[in-house]
Design a protein around this ligand. Structure first.
Ligand code: LMR
Length: 398
């Protein structure tokens, strides 16, 4: 039987990790996979995480299962981080967190849950979106529809987004990126969030909000603005949350699916189903990352240290955005690429074509996703000019 299995190409984003490693050009630049990098190109373990790990090592007494909903301390701490300490949703006990293996695991839980509970529903994804959204929801068997997000000139097409969402039938699910849109870096402003809220209510669709980058855009509170507006006003929502980026614990697979229901009893009903979905997938989530997060968020000092570390990561990316546009100025490209400075989070949709991306890789060992997505955190002060000059070379050909 196995001899008849067809070979398929690997995942395009994860594949870049291997191709980059194998490149022996000393000037190579990795703007591919979405992990934060410091000025030395490293993805560091945060100091707050190291301290939390020490504490856990000293205190941990068992490796027994943690249950399908995961670590309750983690769940409680993340609910407060996502909704805020004074959240009316939390006060009314209408939200439940089910820990999952990373944000991807939370998306899969959400996809499987929606497919089982709402067999006629489709999920609306932005065009473009994180490519693995498509992989995950296909795996759940959830039909996918798309709404416009970016126009031909590589700017946010909010009018197109609204127009498409206004055609969504009641009972469908609409996935929204809370902040730091992956892959474009184009986020909604407060007025636009309000208009999205109006459409979501008018169309009676279920919002699913992907929250993978809290703290990487404008701050831990600001990045939650749209999410809080929608969840507080709509009564029902799903939130897929990730700790990979803001705690830098990518490989610990830590995140959760949050369900917000109209009342506590409905929330408990949903929660019971989510445990069943989790059980059928992986039974129990991994414990270590959640223990790190709950230790940090539960300690006054570690939390303060972590907040400083998140701010430092965010500010570094923001500085690099402005510096990249400055570096493009001598080539007369600063106006064209001005949006790089205004986008948010790690990613920039550069507007470069897949052919140009290919040339950057082949001629300069500069790696980005073929859609033209660049991980800005992969830049360093001393390679900005190298990257700017390479970009100017590949766009000259147009
Ligand atoms: C990315 O978009 O590069 C990250 O979220 C990593 C991944 O799993 O694709």
């Amino acid at each position: 039987m196995l001899e008849n299995v067809e070979r398929v190409p690997g995942d395009a984003i994860l594949g870049l990790i291997q191709t980059f490693k194998a490149d022996d050009n000393p000037n190579k630049v990795d703007l591919g996979v979405g992990v934060y990098r410091d000025e030395n190109g490293q993805t560091p373990i945060l100091e707050s995480v190291r301290e939390a790990e020490k504490t856990r090592l000293a205190k941990e007494t068992t490796k027994a299962y943690i249950g399908s909903h995961g670590d309750p301390d983690f769940g409680e701490a993340v609910l407060k981080l996502v909704f805020g300490h004074n959240s009316p949703i939390l006060a009314a006990n209408r939200a439940s967190a089910t820990q999952a293996p990373g944000g991807t695991g939370a998306l899969r839980l959400a996809g499987d849950f929606c497919r089982a509970q709402f067999p006629n529903a489709s999920i609306w994804l932005p065009e473009p979106t994180w490519p693995n959204h498509i992989g995950v929801f296909n795996a759940s068997g959830l039909p996918i529809k798309r709404y416009t997000y970016v126009d031909d000139d590589n700017h946010l097409d909010f009018a197109g987004m609204l127009a498409d969402l206004k055609t969504a039938p009641a009972g469908d699910i609409v996935l929204l990126h809370a902040s730091c849109h992956n892959p474009t870096g184009f986020d909604l402003n407060r007025d636009q969030w309000q208009q999205i809220l109006d459409v979501v209510r008018e169309r009676d669709v279920l919002p699913m909000i992907d929250f993978a980058y809290q703290g990487f855009g404008d701050g831990l509170e600001d990045d939650a603005y749209g999410l809080r507006l929608i969840t507080e006003s709509c009564g029902e929502a799903l939130v897929t949350q990730s700790c990979s980026k803001n705690f830098g614990i990518y490989r610990e697979r830590t995140g959760c699916l949050i369900a917000v229901a109209k009342n506590e009893s409905a929330m408990q009903d949903v929660r019971s189903q989510l445990a069943t979905v989790a059980r059928g997938n992986y039974s129990n989530p991994p414990a270590h990352g959640a223990a790190i997060v709950s230790t940090i968020l539960g300690s006054h000092d570690l939390r303060a240290l972590w907040q400083d570390e998140v701010s430092a990561m965010r500010e570094r990316i923001k500085k690099l955005r402005a510096a990249m546009v400055d570096a493009l100025q001598p080539y007369g490209l600063d106006e064209r690429f001005e949006y790089i400075a205004n986008q948010r989070g790690m990613f920039s949709y550069t507007g470069l074509s897949s052919h140009q991306v290919e040339r950057l890789k082949n001629d300069y060992s500069i790696y980005m996703v073929s859609s033209g997505r660049a991980n800005i955190a992969g830049l360093q002060q001393d390679n900005l000019d190298y990257v700017a000059s390479a970009i100017s070379d590949v766009v000259e050909e147009e």
